[in-house]
Design a protein around this ligand. Sequence first.
Ligand SMILES: C[S@@+](CC[C@H](N)C(=O)[O-])C[C@H]1O[C@@H](n2cnc3c(N)ncnc32)[C@H](O)[C@@H]1O
Length: 317
Amino acid sequence: MAFEEYRQTNIITSDGECSLMISKKKKIALINNINKNAPAIKAEEHNRKKNYIIDVSEHADFLSALGICDKQGRIYDKKQPKYRQINRFVELLLDIYPSLPKQGQLTVCDLCCGKSYLTFAIYYFLTKLKGRQIQMFGVDLKADVVEYCTNVARDLGCEGLSFICADISAFKSERAPDLVVSLHACDTATDVVLSYAIKNRAKVVMSTPCCHHEMNRTMKCSSLSFIERHSILKQKLCDAATDALRALRLESEGYEVEVMELIDPEETPKNVMIRAVKSERIRPGKTQAALEEYNRACNLLGVSPTLDKLLRDGQPS
Ligand SMILES: C[S@@+](CC[C@H](N)C(=O)[O-])C[C@H]1O[C@@H](n2cnc3c(N)ncnc32)[C@H](O)[C@@H]1O
């Protein structure tokens, strides 16, 4: 239809309608029922706002104390990835929250806590959002960050939250931990975290490993030489095999294990979450089969991982 053939145009707005009509004799009539005095309506926001568990409008105090947002609750651009990371970690904790003891005080350890963004996020999640009484420890080697976190916890009145300057291999909590978490513990420090959790029968373990160097140094497997000759592929292989062995070793100790992505891999390549929940009823056949599979895989790769050595020494840590 040619443009001249249009006889009527209707414009429908939130403030009324307007019609433009042309008669056969080319007479134009405009009927305008749009209310010019109607208050302006704000355009709909089409970018869906993500609902975070650690919501800045509710938790601005600790987020601003740690330098994630300003006093008005605006997340600093360079802290957006950290904000998303701790929220995702807490989301994954929320999923398995029913596996934690339902009553009484919870004991929680964040090992290799660093500046403790995650420690505070979990503390707020458990105390403020879940109304639990907790005793929580953040442990790190760095005296300055431990002092800083201790001051922040005191200023915010975080009862039951303490920070300890120590090597995690020397750390012991008075009560056995219910939940052990760790975000980006370097190389074999992740193995120390997992062995601590296993030896102390932690109900839930959540660990996102950091760099993986041990297997890259020690692997001896002629069948995989076609991968080993490309250093980038060898590293990827060792990253995956290290975490798969960790998962299997946890299974051999009676944990149900899931390995998943923590966050968008574009944000950080150190992105694997190992989440393990101690089984209510341990089936010896299943744990034995996992241990045998673990030993076969270690033999194939020619490795003797730190986690296994720590568990074989048998001492509660
Ligand atoms: C990459 S940072 C991660 C910090 C924090 N979890 C985060 O995600 O922001 C690793 C931390 O582990 C600590 N660390 C490494 N080995 C440790 C050990 N054996 N005992 C205690 N802390 C350790 C370091 O001091 C550092 O603060």
